[in-house]
Ligand binder design. Structure first.
Ligand code: NAX
Length: 333
């Protein structure tokens, strides 16, 4: 029998955790041939919720699920982990300043990075989902000097999928006919969802939009005034309409992020540790268009960005730099 892959989910007692666990155990992340061993990490207040989810996992009697452990110890949770989904984070409370938020999360992601460094499997891959996701990944990495930088990523796949969904609707196309969408920058409202290299059924998306909207100018207006803000602020729209934040779509994106990184994929988007691509300062965890050959995400290089695109991307990178500076000034990096 194949040995089970150890997967650790932090914040497993929360909403996204609840949406993730059952799909992972059903084989949606690693496929129908790879059994899994789940480790659920929570803080003491979240333990009962995680334990309850573990009971329900047992009640599913999933063939691929070899074991479930619930713990509030990072060292136990990450022991031998090959995949770590860092979902648990400190949300911004009322009146909380950005510095407080960064500090609270550094207090979570720093120790988790250190625990991963000490006990995770040699092949561990880590994705930060909890916000501020990019900077949380940066902090975890800084505490894990023995883990190669390319093992650390942050989730922008939800933003990517949101962009594809918007285009599919506007172009009356199927999502899988759309290729080459890119999310550049931070997983925040400053992100730049870019369609300038995207195609729909082989035709440039911008041309297809121009045909539908009555001209190139109209297509650019639609992109600037409707598409980009709607994708960047979709999280707030979901909260307003649903009365609760994105959960199932976020879990789905996390599953696709890990699945595609492991099994290989053509162009998608993910935040990875910059090696200086596109002039992004080294070490920032920045979203780029990426591909994977199964050994990890690699930035798609050599794309042309026009001045307007470059300005949007630069603004988001500046925000990432400001977050890094703030964490450094707090003495947390
Ligand atoms: P919930 O508040 O429902 O769950 C978070 C869970 O994390 C709680 O059960 C809490 O007890 C636990 N937790 C807190 N600190 C922990 C620690 N130190 N160790 C282990 N567990 C800890 O939030 P949920 O809706 O599940 O969202 C989780 C995170 O995902 C949030 O930070 C949210 O902002 C972020 N998101 C990120 C997205 C992305 O695309 N990158 C999209 C969805 C989501 O907004």
């Amino acid at each position: 029998a194949t040995t089970a892959t150890t997967i650790t989910i932090t914040g497993a007692g929360g909403q996204i955790g609840y949406a993730l666990l059952f799909r992972i155990a059903a084989g949606d992340m690693l496929g129908p041939d790879r059994p899994v061993r789940l480790r659920l990490l929570e803080i003491p207040q979240g333990m009962r919720a995680a334990e309850g989810a573990a009971l329900e996992l047992q009640d599913c009697a999933f063939a691929l699920l070899h074991s479930v452990e619930v713990t509030d110890s990072a060292e136990s949770a990450f022991d031998g982990a090959s995949i770590a989904l860092l979902v648990g984070a400190r949300p911004r409370g009322p009146g909380m300043e950005r510095a407080d938020l960064l500090a609270a999360n550094a207090g979570i992601f720093g120790p988790q990075g250190a625990a991963l460094n000490a006990v995770a499997a040699d092949d561990v891959r880590i994705v930060a989902v909890g916000n501020p996701a990019n900077t949380n990944a940066l902090i975890a990495r800084a505490s894990a000097p023995d883990i190669p930088a390319d093992r650390f990523t942050a989730l922008t796949r939800l933003d990517h999928n949101r962009a594809v969904g918007q285009l599919a609707e506007a172009l009356d196309a199927r999502p899988d006919d759309i290729h080459g969408v890119a999310i550049w920058g931070n997983h925040s409202a400053s992100q730049f969802p870019d369609v300038s290299h995207a195609t729909v059924a082989g035709k440039p998306v911008v041309d297809a939009l121009a045909e539908r909207l009555g001209g190139h100018e109209q297509a650019l207006v639609w992109l600037d005034d409707l598409f980009i803000p709607r994708v960047a602020k979709r999280g707030a729209e979901i909260i307003e309409v649903r009365g609760s934040s994105s959960v199932a779509s976020a879990a789905n994106a996390a599953i696709e992020h890990v699945r595609d990184e492991q099994s290989g994929t053509a162009w998608t988007s993910a935040a990875v540790v910059s090696r200086g691509e596109y002039g992004v300062p080294e070490g920032l965890v920045c979203s780029f268009p990426v591909t994977s050959d199964g050994s990890g995400y690699r930035v798609v290089e050599g794309l042309d960005l026009d001045a307007r695109s470059r300005a949007r991307f630069d603004a988001s990178v500046a925000e990432l730099e400001a977050e890094r500076t703030a964490v450094r000034e707090l003495g947390l990096l």
